[in-house]
Design a protein around this ligand. Structure first.
Ligand SMILES: *[C@@H]1O[C@H](CO)[C@@H](O)[C@H](O)[C@H]1NC(C)=O
Ligand SMILES: *[C@@H]1O[C@H](CO)[C@@H](O)[C@H](O)[C@H]1NC(C)=O
Ligand SMILES: *[C@@H]1O[C@H](CO)[C@@H](O)[C@H](O)[C@H]1NC(C)=O
Ligand SMILES: *[C@@H]1O[C@H](CO)[C@@H](O)[C@H](O)[C@H]1NC(C)=O
Length: 596
């Protein structure tokens, strides 16, 4: 029986010898090494232990933190320290054989942390005692002073200080983490946590960094590049094309937002405001606005050409710009000069109160729109730094007057509603079917070298309106205008509903769709103001359009149908309108009437 047990033991021993047991332990922990892997009744005399080849006498119970228990069957180390690292060998002697068990113990280095901390904040320095050890005494914290020296941190309350800067967070707990408050540059260094027995438990390297400052805002305050060739014959057409492309892009965005209500906006006014802003924009903001306006990055003459466009339009449309700015702001002098030169706008300081500023802005708008719009802004926040305004006022009279009548307008849902209409039995106009748009188009001449185009889908139905609008790109619009140019004037019976539109499309969504959301996050307007980025808070647009017996005051339209006997144009169902400057060849107002 006994011989059998020995044999069994021997087999296991051979296995264990071939692979000595390797263990990694953390400092401060307790380690128990059994000599046999099973219960046994060997006598103490038969067992001996060696540490790195040196005998550990079994008779003496304790060798520092090492003790031998259970008659030599178990070697216990508590707490483990770096000094315990090495090979442990247990030897059992029998009359005719020896059994050896070998352990190779590696003690981990104390846990090391590197912590980066911002100056002025608090930092926690972690240190943990083994949960098994009853924390009768708190660990000790030291600051390493270099050359192997160290000074103990004072974690006790210090009445001299307003608050305790360094503190043991959980006294008498295995968690011996401390906190250092209001960290300063001087706190950079290495800290050590040790048990009272001198065991290193953790090392913390603190690196104190300055609080993050946003990268310094650098500014190019140079004036806008001069227009080298003011007499260039391509400058004017370039601006016209970009204004028209921009206009139709705006129309397509607004259609998405407002699929079937009345719609109206003035692309030249929005373009004028953004161009004025462009004058002061630099870098990323400048590129974003140029892209939104469909203006190439090296078209330096854009502002000069805007001025020429404004002059060209002045027979029918008056455009005005203005900038109000906070008295705390230092506006760039070159911007001030160029704003006057190109936009006839001498920047003016904001007044003191919200009420004063709101009244000042709304009265400026009322004045420049000839009282067609008397209210644009509801309030002016005291935080406002800059307000850029653009206003246009249009007045075009019919070349031939209409008579008033009553009639029925068919809405998108097919319902007929009674409306006042403008009627003429033999009105001279250019009219035709434009295949590119799949629509009937009529061109009404107005005074001041401008025209009102009414684009009438096939029926009142939403799908037909949508189909025409889908086709209305800048290219198609130019084609339509050329085609109508070649058409002969006819005398037709005309019915147009009287229209009065007052629409405020959401400019905030519009600007985001134009790729200008960065304006809401911070615009680089260095050409204008160099101290910081400026953030756009709100954008507004309001357009008014009245079609009456006299003509058009800033705006919109009717539909066309053919009769065998004599041609007629009856815009008594939903239609699209385009108020066009024949002089400058750009759209002034674009709109849609679904309910007059
Ligand atoms: C224990 O392991 C270490 C590292 O693997 C080795 O250097 C050392 O010689 C081993 N000691 C014994 C007694 O096997
Ligand atoms: C505004 O500009 C003047 C003259 O360049 C300068 O003295 C002043 O400090 C500036 N103000 C601010 C708020 O930067
Ligand atoms: C702005 O215009 C004024 C008056 O014409 C002139 O004296 C000044 O030098 C100009 N400043 C800049 C930066 O162009
Ligand atoms: C606009 O202001 C100017 C200058 O103050 C004034 O002469 C003009 O009458 C005003 N126009 C309207 C419509 O209020």
């Amino acid at each position: 029986m006994r011989r059998q047990a020995i044999l069994c033991l021997l087999l296991q021993l051979i296995f264990e010898l071939s692979s000595c047991t390797r263990l990694r332990v953390t400092p401060g922990s307790t380690l128990e090494l059994p000599c046999l892997s099973f219960q046994s009744d060997f006598a103490a005399e038969e067992i001996s232990w060696k540490f790195n080849g040196e005998d550990l006498s079994v008779g003496i119970q304790s060798h520092g933190s090492v003790s031998i228990k259970q008659n030599g069957l178990v070697l216990s180390i508590s707490p483990v320290t770096a000094a315990n690292e090495g090979g442990y060998e247990c030897l059992i002697k029998e009359s005719n054989m020896e059994l050896v068990r070998v352990y190779n113990i590696t003690v981990d280095a104390p846990i090391a942390y590197a912590i980066k901390v911002t100056e002025g904040t608090s930092i926690r320095l972690p240190c943990y005692l083994q949960p098994s050890t009853q924390a009768e005494a708190n660990a000790l914290w030291f600051r390493v002073t270099g050359a192997g020296g160290k000074t103990q941190l004072s974690l006790e309350e210090d009445s001299a200080e307003d608050f305790q800067r360094m503190e043991q967070l959980y006294p008498n707990d295995p968690d011996q983490t401390i906190i250092i408050r209001n960290v300063g540059m001087k706190d950079t260094g290495t800290y050590q946590c040790e048990s009272t027995a001198g065991e290193k438990l953790s090392t913390v390297d603190i690196i104190v960094v300055s609080p993050p400052t946003s990268p310094p805002f650098t500014c190019s305050t140079d004036a806008w590049e001069p227009c080298q060739d003011e007499n260039s014959r391509t400058g004017g057409p370039m601006l016209q094309e970009s204004v028209t492309e921009f206009s139709m892009k705006l129309f397509s965005y607004l259609r998405e937002i407002y699929p079937n209500t009345n719609l109206l906006f003035s692309p030249v006014s929005i373009d004028g405001a953004l161009s004025h802003l462009l004058l002061g924009a630099r870098d990323d903001t400048r590129r974003a606005i140029q892209q939104a306006l469909c203006v190439s990055h090296d078209f330096y003459c854009v502002h000069f050409q805007m001025k020429k466009l404004r002059e060209k339009l002045s027979d029918s449309l008056q455009m005005a710009s203005q900038i109000f700015y906070s008295p705390q702001m230092n506006l760039s002098e070159s911007f001030n000069n160029q704003s006057i030169e190109f936009y006839e706008a001498k920047p003016m300081k904001l007044l003191e109160t919200n009420e004063q500023n709101t009244a000042m802005i709304n009265s400026w708008v009322a004045n420049k729109t000839k009282s067609k719009i008397t209210h644009l802004v509801d309030s002016v926040s005291p935080l406002t730094q800059l307000i850029l305004l653009n206003a246009v006022s249009f007045n075009g009279q019919w070349k031939v007057k209409f008579r008033s009548r009553k009639g029925l307008f068919q809405k998108l849902d097919g319902d007929l509603v009674p409306v006042s209409l403008l009627f003429h039995s033999k009105y001279p106009l250019k009219m035709g079917y434009v295949a590119e748009l799949k629509a009937q188009v009529a061109k009404f001449a107005l005074t001041g070298k401008s025209s009102l185009y009414i684009i009438l889908p096939r029926t009142y139905k939403p799908t037909d309106l949508q189909q025409v609008e889908d086709k209305m790109t800048d290219v198609a619009v130019y084609q339509m205008i050329e085609e109508m140019e070649r058409t002969e004037v006819q005398h037709v019976e005309v019915s147009l509903p009287k229209v009065k539109l007052d629409v405020q499309p959401d400019m905030n969504i519009l600007l985001k769709k134009l790729g200008l959301s960065s304006l809401y996050e911070g615009a680089n307007l260095c050409g204008l103001y160099s101290e910081d980025r400026l953030v756009l808070d709100e954008a507004k647009h309001r357009a008014y359009f009245e079609l009456n017996e006299q003509g058009v005051e800033a705006g919109a339209a009717t539909s066309l149908s053919f009769s065998r006997s004599f041609p007629t144009f009856s815009a008594m169902r939903p239609f699209i309108l385009l108020l066009w400057s024949d002089q400058a060849n750009v759209p002034l107002f674009v709109g849609r009437v679904t309910e007059p």
